[in-house]
Design a protein around this ligand. Structure first.
Ligand SMILES: Cc1cc2nc3c(=O)[nH]c(=O)nc-3n(C[C@H](O)[C@H](O)[C@H](O)COP(=O)(O)O)c2cc1C
Length: 357
């Protein structure tokens, strides 16, 4: 008898059994000693939830809006590269899974599927496009234009990766994307489609990008632009004057600078600095519905999940990814009811306390 996984951790174990070592190391791994990777998950355990009783939760629902877009839950799919390395259906399956679960998928610049194909896979579903600003601005522009022409309704500009983090699992396995797997952005930027390592991809990213460059992108964009990879109050204040519509507090799942704070630990100072001027999202280490509520109590509008839906895709294709997202939605809804907060809107700072007192 096969038993269906009942939580994210069980999907992770199943995915680990199915993936070959190079792919598993790429998706599971992070930079350096992976301290930040572990810290992201552990940070949630340092908060207690403070439930209220005798609240009418008969209509408790996880539904909310993010940048004005209705979603079934405050959980979005983070941009994750190379999804065809997890399952042949790759990003198209992820787009259908997110659509079925009622949430937004963010397509990576380093996707193995074109924006137009992702749009065709889930027409009508809300989708965002993640931008790495490449040295070749013509290629960057063409990718953004393709995404906007195909209904991607926001850009997420990732700014924590002027160079690739030192991912030692990939160095050990010699991980590279095989030539049979197309990476449209890389092909456009290099004109070739040989095997590509993450290091080689990041060499295409423009390490000279500054706030002025970001401001130009935001000013030129017909759709809202979020800034992904902010961890400090200083950068959050800067972002408020940059034309950004939102921020993603993120350390890239621990894959860039090892030793930075867990995203959850950076969230309060960013929320404080932003002072309600922008929507603040957060990602890194969310594995449970109760984690989502902690992030909301600390001021996030919503969270993004990177690895969890990828484990679902690896374990069971579109159905697996969808199931992971639905599990998270069910967990959020149950936790809202038990917390005495019928809607994500009802969650405030007094719904959590630091576990140390
Ligand atoms: C295998 C992998 C590939 C990723 N690729 C990208 C990417 O192409 N662009 C990007 O902005 N972030 C990328 N990220 C970071 C995620 O968007 C997100 O910040 C991170 O996964 C959140 O942490 P979590 O995996 O603990 O949920 C990647 C993360 C992983 C694990």
């Amino acid at each position: 008898m096969t038993v269906e996984p009942v939580n994210v951790a069980e999907y992770e174990r199943l995915a680990a059994e199915r993936l070959e070592p190079g792919s598993l190391g790429y998706f599971a791994g992070a930079a350096g000693d992976e301290r930040t990777l572990r810290a992201n998950v552990e940070a949630f355990a340092r908060w207690h939830l403070r439930p209220r009783v005798l609240v009418d939760v008969s209509a408790a629902s996880a539904a909310t809006t993010v940048l004005g877009t209705p979603v079934s839950m405050p959980v979005l799919v983070a941009p994750v590269a190379l999804q065809r390395m997890l399952h042949p259906d790759g990003e198209a399956a992820m787009a259908r899974a997110a659509a079925a679960a009622g949430t937004i998928m963010t397509l990576s610049t380093i996707a193995t599927t074109r924006p137009s194909e992702v749009a065709a896979a889930a027409p009508g579903a809300p989708r965002w496009f993640q931008v790495y600003v490449l040295k070749d601005r013509g290629v960057t522009r063409a990718l953004i234009d393709e995404a906007i022409d195909h209904g991607f309704s926001a850009l997420v500009v990732t700014v924590d990766a002027p160079r690739a983090g030192r991912r030692e699992r990939d160095l050990r396995t010699g991980f590279a994307v095989p030539p049979g797997i197309d990476m449209p952005a890389v092909r456009a930027a290099t004109g070739s489609q040989g095997p590509v390592t993450p290091q080689e991809f990041f060499a295409l990213v423009d390490p000279s990008l500054t706030w002025e460059g970001f401001e130009r992108i935001a000013a030129d964009s017909p759709v809202p632009v979020l800034l992904k990879g902010v961890l400090t109050a200083e950068d959050a204040r800067h972002a408020c004057d940059s034309g950004a519509a939102g921020l993603v507090v993120s350390n890239h799942g621990g894959r860039q600078l090892d030793g930075v704070a867990a995203s959850l630990d950076a969230l309060p100072e960013v929320v404080d600095a932003v002072g309600g001027r922008l929507e603040v999202l957060v990602d890194g280490g969310v594995r449970r519905g109760t984690d989502v509520l902690v992030a909301l109590a600390l001021g996030a509008r919503a969270v993004l999940v990177g690895r969890p839906p990828m484990w679902g895709l690896a374990a069971g294709g579109e159905a697996g990814a969808r199931r992971v997202l639905e599990l998270l939605r069910d967990e959020v809804e149950l936790a809202l009811a038990l917390l005495g907060a019928p809607s994500p809107r009802d969650i405030g700072g007094d719904h959590v306390a630091h576990a140390s007192g």
